[in-house]
Design a protein around this ligand. Structure first.
Ligand code: PFF
Length: 469
């Protein structure tokens, strides 16, 4: 039996922690960039279809698996999968999930650390008076480990270490005192900041503060469906990948959080609440900030060009410049707000990436929480270093593609087969509905059994035959 005696403080805390895991840098930085890379409107239909027939069912599957494993005292993916599959193979698939979490954390925490550094630089006015090229050049020099205005040598490494220390510290406080508290403070702040910035994004007007287009240009770019691209497997892979990434499904994270839900408590409604909260932030706030502001000030061509040069950096290369168009004081405040928003979004997600590893050390080796949390920080430091040192050689994007897209599809394919075919859909359906506060329409049973695994298989096979770029 494991030494793990943790639990969630309250249902609201659990939902916020789950939503915190889902709402992250992916919502504000990855979603708009994936949309631009996949032709804007071509992306939106596959994205929404994937949400309904893969995302929502996987949320239910993963919450149900987690709560089921928890009944047997298991809090980590390998043990949970093993209990359901009764075959060692499943345990190894669970271990694969843990590594996916760690590999994602390796580049994700680096990205998260930029937000800390940029919070400070915004307040200090580093970007004031720079043109857009200047702001982009600052970013390039930063990721090249050049000395920035703070004069700290190897500044990105310093912030990366600070970021990992913060993660390790909160993880070592445990779920209720660490993760849940961060989520309870972070999520409401994030939504408030997000609404303010989305308002600014939606009111960009050509001719004001140097904007060249109204916000409608960016919004139309994103939201006008492009039916010609609908059958491209690359777009589907990207859309499915984004759904996995943003909902944090397909890697075993949710299982570990859900393992602490009492067997009597609802999961059907809680899973939906966390999922829809995430979609609100991603689809409404995520598409109302970065794209309309960037396209409004820089135009579609320049934004497409910047995205090609390195997707996840877009928000760092454009927004500080655009904020300072609103004046020095508002610019500094908006920059600080935007990067704090990203930081809260990021840390509530990266904390969840640590839980599978920590749960595993506790379940398998009876480790105590603190050393387990510390070991997570150390592994992420070592695995993340290549993304810091060789950022310009595309290492970062490689991590994102292999760990942040492909692995998720593979894991999800296995777990959906395990749940519907090995464990059995009838038992699985009963697990999802036990203690449920809503009635899930019965056709979802059919979707979970056939449609979700088939679509996953199609996306996976399609990706094998599609060149990466
Ligand atoms: N859902 C997070 C985001 O959109 O930024 C990313 C994420 C969270 C990935 C948790 C993996 C994970 F385990």
């Amino acid at each position: 039996m494991s030494a793990n005696k943790e639990s969630w403080g309250s249902r609201l805390g659990l939902i916020l922690a789950m939503a915190g895991s889902a709402v992250g840098l992916g919502n504000f930085l990855r979603f708009p960039v994936q949309a631009v890379q996949n032709g804007g409107g071509a992306f939106i239909i596959p994205y929404l279809v994937c949400f309904l027939v893969i995302g929502i069912p996987l949320l239910w599957i993963e919450w149900a698996m987690g709560r089921f494993g928890g009944k047997f005292g298991h809090h980590s993916t390998p043990f949970i999968l093993d209990t359901m599959g009764k075959n060692r193979l499943w345990k190894y698939i669970g271990v694969f999930g843990i590594w996916t979490n760690i590999a994602i954390a390796a580049y994700y925490c680096y990205l998260e650390s930029w937000t800390l550094s940029y919070m400070l630089h915004s307040l200090l006015g580093t970007f004031s008076g720079l043109d857009q090229e200047g702001v982009a050049a600052f970013f390039d020099s930063y990721v090249n480990l050049g000395t920035s205005t703070l004069g700290i040598p190897y500044e990105p490494i310093v912030f990366f270490v600070i970021c990992l220390l913060l993660n390790t510290y909160f993880l070592s406080l445990g779920l209720a005192k660490g993760v849940e508290r961060v989520a309870k403070v972070g999520m409401p702040l994030l939504i408030l900041f997000g609404i303010f910035l989305a308002y600014k994004g939606l009111t960009v007007t050509a001719g004001e503060n140097g904007a060249i287009h109204d916000s409608s240009v960016g919004l139309n770019y994103l939201w006008t469906p492009d039916y010609d691209e609908l059958w491209s497997p690359t777009v589907w892979l990207a859309a499915a990948g984004q759904i996995f990434f943003t909902l944090a499904v397909g890697m075993g994270t949710i299982h570990c959080y859900a393992a602490y839900v009492s067997p009597k408590d609802d999961i059907a409604l809680s899973a939906m609440s966390a999922g829809w909260m995430n979609e609100f932030v991603e689809v409404v706030l995520g598409s109302a900030i970065l794209i309309p502001i960037s396209i409004g000030y820089l135009g579609i061509d320049r934004v497409t060009e910047l995205v090609k040069l390195g997707g996840l950096g877009l928000g760092f290369k454009t927004l500080p410049y655009l904020f300072f168009q609103w004046g020095d004081v508002l610019g500094a405040l908006a920059g600080f707000m935007w990067f704090s928003l990203l930081f809260f979004a990021g840390i509530t997600s990266s904390l969840s990436m640590g839980t599978p590893w920590i749960g595993f050390l506790q379940d398998e080796f009876n480790w105590k929480l603190r050393p387990a949390a510390l070991s997570f920080g150390l592994i992420v430091l070592v695995l993340g270093m290549p993304t810091v040192l060789f950022f310009n050689y595309g290492v970062f994007d490689e991590y994102d593609y292999w760990a942040g897209t492909v692995s998720l599809v593979v894991f999800a394919l296995f777990e959906s087969i395990l749940f519907a075919w090995v464990f059995g859909i009838d038992k699985g359906w009963r697990e999802i509905n036990a203690g449920a506060d809503i009635r899930i329409p019965v056709f979802f049973k059919f979707i979970i059994k056939f449609v979700t695994p088939m679509l996953l298989l199609w996306v996976f096979v399609g990706s094998l035959f599609t060149p990466k770029d």
